[in-house]
Design a protein around this ligand. Structure first.
Ligand SMILES: Nc1nc2c(ncn2[C@@H]2O[C@H](COP(=O)(O)OP(=O)(O)OP(=O)(O)O)[C@@H](O)[C@H]2O)c(=O)[nH]1
Ligand SMILES: [Mg+2]
Length: 618
């Protein structure tokens, strides 16, 4: 008796391990071509049944459903399964591949396939990963629930392949029987059933796996997840202000004491002024923010170490797709909260060139840690330290808002870029979620130490150098008696020229003066202001005052708010420009980045200033 060559097809959700099974079952006997008329790959190969009989095995693209298909891939899978695909005989046997550690999710699609009533076999794949996580499944119970054979497999270790081949052979022999179509159920019903079947198939589960699964249910919930993430970040920014104060005050007092000591011990001279006004006032003004930076990183490192950060990325994936970016952009953008330079370098993992370029261009809008000193000094000086709600401080709220404005700005810019300069569609991605873990004190301490070291090294090298250079430009040429030293200096002349440009957005000469050295790095704005006010101070009393008090006396609230808005957008960072040039091979994109970011900064600072003035805050 001769038969038509039997065809079997592997179906299942993306990442179930279909291709891994396909490779294990067919070995080198593969043919790869395109389905006619579409650019979807057709992978077929020859697998052997236990009796040596060959079967054509087709590896189908991953899919979430047979009805509302959303991509050419899913459409091909649907057509092949239904027997409607041109150039492909309808499979005699369907092999549904399930990921054991995502059983509930994968059973939704499996039910849809089973409703077709075709001869079907289920490969319960990745049982090794489930067992690693403390979950042992009962394939017999699942088989009883589904009404088809269920074979546990580990595709990458070739475990269960013989049993699977035997099950395919048995199902093939049943082909002659009339297919029995099953009752159709709605999607919510299918979800419920999937939940019940997945629960019913649990043979044993460690307490830890159960807790982790429950945590994921809540933290990754499409509605509950994002508000939880948002609330968590909110707490972080509250802590950045409320916890840091005693430490920051301590550092501040130490720098003041050193400054006072130098002033009394050394004879009055330009060299003494360089030490007190340039080095101690300037560098000290930045170092004061070390506690806040460490608190921020304490939370970021903890979220990473516990496994929550990857889940945050998972939650963000949908949002990113909404603005035309893939979830792959999330990690580079997240590391840009520390610094845009490593963030931009890590975009190398994004395969789509336009996706990658868009991510590079918006990375500087993520609030890097160099902005924290700028934000913190202005907020501490101008935003009253009071609670808007019990436990919710106004200062932390403003800081949180600045971060959010940066993120919203980045999303809007991405949306616009993806429709103009870097036109293209979003490509989805699925990432593996790491296990939940308690962070170790050692790892956290090491991470914080590295952050502290990076920050202090910058303060000791670049910020020190730029501040000393600024001090020199502020002190020469020397003013005539009765003349203001800052106005007489080289830096003062340059600043007065630039002030014309920034006056319309509410900036004064001192800000214009700080913006130029701050091109080296944002936090230099703080040290520059501190040095400028120290040089410009007319008596010792004024000289000893803290930067915050100086600002309060000299700036209006409207100016302070405009200054904050400026720093949300302005590309004040030489290293970011340099790394963008390197990563995009030329000056075109860094030039574009500079232009659009300065444009946004100018418009938003101006709008903030004039709205504040109109509200009577000028
Ligand atoms: N540990 C383990 N890993 C597996 C197993 N099966 C597959 N993998 C891995 O899981 C990942 C996804 O497997 P694929 O075979 O590409 O999944 P797929 O179902 O073909 O995915 P799509 O083609 O995107 O639908 C790969 O990294 C595989 O190496 C398994 O049984 N155990
Ligand atoms: Mg595949």
């Amino acid at each position: 008796m001769s038969r038509q060559p039997c065809v079997a097809a592997l179906v299942g959700n993306p990442n179930a391990g279909k291709s891994a099974l396909f490779n294990a079952l067919t070995g080198a006997r593969q043919k790869i071509a395109n389905y006619p008329g579409v650019t979807v790959e057709r992978k077929a190969g020859r697998m052997l049944l236990p009796n040596g009989e060959p079967v054509e095995l087709v590896d189908l693209p991953g899919s979430y459903g047979l009805h509302a298909t959303t991509s050419p891939d899913e459409e091909v899978t649907r057509r092949v399964v239904m027997g409607e695909q041109h150039g492909q005989a309808q499979p005699d046997v369907l092999v549904i591949v399930l990921d054991s550690s995502n059983l509930e999710q994968h059973l939704v699609f499996a039910q849809e396939v089973l409703e077709l009533g075709r001869p079907t076999v289920v490969a319960l794949n990745m049982v090794d990963l489930a067992e690693r996580d403390g979950l042992v499944l009962d394939s017999a119970a699942l088989s009883a629930a589904l009404g088809v054979p269920v074979i546990p497999t580990v595709a990458v270790r070739r475990r269960g392949l013989d049993d699977l081949a035997a099950a395919v052979a048995a199902a093939r022999d049943a082909v002659a029987e009339q297919p029995v179509a099953r009752a159709h159920v709605t999607l919510p019903e299918r979800r419920m059933l999937a939940h019940e079947m997945a629960q019913g198939a649990i043979l044993s589960e460690t307490a830890r796996h159960r807790i982790h699964a429950r945590m994921d249910k809540v933290l990754l919930h499409p509605w509950a997840g994002p508000p939880i993430l948002f609330a968590l970040l909110f707490v972080v920014f509250q802590a950045v202000f409320s916890w840091a104060t005693p430490f920051a005050d301590g550092i501040d007092a130490a720098f003041s004491a050193i400054g006072d000591w130098v002033r009394t011990e050394l004879p009055a001279s330009l060299a003494r002024d360089l030490l007190t006004d340039g080095v101690i006032a300037g560098v000290g003004a930045v170092v004061v923010f070390l506690p806040q930076i460490l608190i921020l990183f304490f939370f970021i490192l903890t979220m990473e170490a516990t496994g929550y950060m990857a889940r945050a990325a998972f939650l963000m994936d949908r949002l990113m797709a909404g603005v035309g970016l893939s979830g792959r952009s999330f990690i580079p953008l997240l590391s840009s909260f520390a610094c845009a330079v490593p963030g931009i370098m890590s975009t190398r993992s994004i395969t789509d060139p336009k996706d990658r370029l868009t991510t590079i261009l918006i990375a500087p809008l993520m609030t890097c840690s160099a902005r924290l000193p700028v934000y913190a000094v202005i907020i501490a000086a101008f935003i009253p330290n009071r609670a808007v709600l019990p436990g919710v401080g106004l200062q932390g709220l403003v800081l949180f808002t600045l971060y959010v404005v940066g993120i919203i700005g980045a999303m809007v810019v991405a949306l616009i870029l993806r429709r103009s300069v870097t036109k293209g569609a979003a490509s989805g991605f699925i990432m593996e979620l790491p296990k939940y873990q308690l962070p170790t004190v050692k790892d956290l301490a090491l991470g914080l130490f590295q952050r502290a070291w990076v920050f202090l090294r910058r303060a000791g090298t670049m910020i020190f150098t730029v501040t000393v250079a600024l001090w020199l430009l502020l002190n020469f040429p020397r003013a005539e008696p009765g003349q203001d030293q800052v106005n007489a200096s080289i830096a003062g002349h340059i600043a007065n020229g630039l002030a014309v440009v920034v006056e319309p957005i509410g900036f004064n000469r001192d800000i214009a003066l700080a913006l130029i050295p701050a091109m080296a790095a944002r936090e230099v704005a703080v040290s520059s202001l501190a040095t400028t006010y120290a040089v410009g101070a007319t008596d010792d009393d004024q000289q000893g005052r803290q930067l915050g008090d100086q600002l309060k006396g000299r700036w209006s609230l409207a100016t302070a708010l405009a200054f904050l808005a400026w720093f949300v957008f302005a590309p004040q960072c030489m290293s970011t420009i340099a790394v963008t040039r390197r990563e995009t091979n030329g000056w075109k994109w860094p030039g574009f980045m500079l232009a659009y970011l300065f444009g946004l900064a100018y418009v938003f600072a101006g709008a903030t200033y004039w709205i504040a003035v109109a509200l009577g805050l000028g």
